[in-house]
Design a protein around this ligand. Structure first.
Ligand code: SF4
Length: 458
């Protein structure tokens, strides 16, 4: 979501004449768009700011304020730290949270006219989306290519009301908010018009989406996906991140019926122990998660899954951890993100007794990651010899090679015409490398519907 937010900040600043540059040393305005999910997030920001202070002090060329470029801290660390940033790093010009970046032009103007620093960490009553322009045309992408032309992010929902005990999101992104269907569709059409063939719908809790249609009726994520699927030129739809509690019948049916919705779902489970899920305040148990997976797989047999898992949550016993391994063995994941629990200041879990020793967390994480790695490798090996539709996104490093992604987000390299970039083509998977699959074009007669991948066990 920070990638999306950064792109929208660029859109908001473009009318003021700001353009992205590749090198911070050449910038007139530097924005650190921060994420609070990272461990020791605030300390990392302060250390980056220390480097920017040196840059600011060393700069002699014209910028809005004497002494170098404007420096802003945005995102969830800015939201959480607020005024503390201005106290510890007085050379910072602007501090603003994820819900107020539409006010960037006013903040820049205030600082530029010498009216002091800008601090804006409110949760304003007016949704920021109402004030944001549609995505800019090609050519104003961020430095480093973070805004790809062929695939794009689109925030449809923000914030969270679930209050998992380990998570800062409800405090930094605020309560759940869903954009209207018309607003999302207008942005989707703008993105497709500038070349996006795949959209990933974003939300902290994306399948809690409940947006109003023009007639005033409220639709869930399935209704939104069905609307967007009608857009000509849009080939693929994905969404992330979803919560097991919000996978409803309509969404399962959407996975069954909607060809543009990719058969790859990120559904965080966090733990395979009911005791730990309850301590995490996840609001579901392991049996419910299993049932949801079974129903999704019955509706869409070629569906592959990824997940998030935390090991070493306070109070996690060997038996709890074994239950997590059992669930992973049973469900089998095509990919996963796994982490050691680390306390986030201000969250209930940070105050829990029975913190698990670091060495034990390390051991459990290694065991879990070995299992997840084996499942991922097995899943990838199972693709060899298959014909898969790949959306090609860019030229690859080697001459004549282009790169894209399978429906399961696996990176693919193929010797194929550059004209294929931006479109979906069937290719045969030849081999699996450490980071990507190698493929070759197939003739029309050889192409066919994607067969359901075998279940993987490890
Ligand atoms: S549902 Fe997700 S975003 Fe919401 S509190 Fe839990 S982990 Fe955080």
């Amino acid at each position: 979501m920070n990638v999306y937010d950064s792109a929208r900040m660029a859109d908001v600043l473009a009318p003021l004449g700001y353009q992205p540059v590749d090198d911070a040393a050449a910038a007139d305005l530097i924005i650190l768009n921060t994420c609070h999910i990272r461990e020791k997030a605030a300390e990392k920001v302060y250390s980056d700011l220390g480097r920017l202070q040196l840059l600011k002090a060393s700069r002699g060329h014209a910028a809005e304020r004497a002494g170098g470029p404007l420096v802003a801290v945005a995102g969830c660390v800015a939201q959480a730290e607020g005024e503390e940033i201005l106290r510890r790093a007085p050379y910072v010009d602007m501090v603003f949270g994820p819900q107020t970046y539409h006010r960037l032009p006013e903040m820049v103007a205030r600082v530029a006219r010498g009216a002091g620093t800008a601090l804006d960490t409110e949760f304003p009553p007016e949704p920021k989306f109402d004030s944001l322009p549609l995505p800019a045309a090609v050519g104003t992408a961020l430095a480093g290519g973070e805004v790809p032309a062929v695939t794009a992010f689109l925030t449809v929902q923000e914030g969270c009301d679930k209050f998992c005990t380990f998570c800062v999101v409800p405090y930094t992104r605020g309560p759940e908010y869903s954009r209207s269907v018309a607003a999302v569709e207008a942005e989707a059409r703008a993105l497709v018009a500038r070349g996006a063939a795949e959209l990933t719908l974003l939300g902290q809790n994306v399948n809690a989406y409940h947006g109003q249609e023009e007639a005033g009726t409220v639709v869930g994520l399935a209704g939104l996906i069905r609307r967007l699927a009608r857009i000509d030129g849009l080939a693929r739809i994905r969404y992330t991140t979803s919560h097991p509690r919000d996978v409803d019948d309509a969404l399962i049916a959407c996975h069954r019926d909607e060809a543009k919705l990719m058969p790859f779902l990120h559904l965080p489970v966090q733990s395979g122990s009911d005791r730990i899920l309850s301590a995490m305040n996840r609001g579901h148990d392991v049996a419910e998660y299993r049932r949801t997976i079974d129903r999704l797989r019955a509706a869409r047999p070629d569906l592959a899954l990824s997940t998030d898992i935390i090991v070493g949550f306070p109070g996690e016993t060997d038996a709890d951890f074994e239950a997590t391994l059992d669930l992973v063995r049973e469900v089998t994941f095509a990919s996963a993100f796994s982490f050691k629990f680390s306390a986030r200041p201000g969250t209930p879990a940070a105050l829990l007794d029975a913190q698990v020793p670091e060495a034990l967390k390390d051991e459990r994480l290694q065991t879990l990651q070995a299992l997840l790695r084996a499942q991922q490798e097995s899943f990838n090996r199972g693709m060899v010899g298959r014909v898969l539709p790949v959306l090609f996104e860019r030229a690859a490093r080697h001459p004549g090679q282009i790169a894209g992604r399978t429906p399961y987000l696996q990176a693919v390299h193929a010797q194929a015409p550059a004209a294929w970039i931006g479109t979906v083509h069937d290719v045969r998977i030849l081999a699996v490398g450490p980071n990507s699959l190698t493929a070759a074009p197939v003739g029309g007669a050889e192409s066919g519907p994607l067969a359901a991948p075998e279940r993987i066990s490890a």
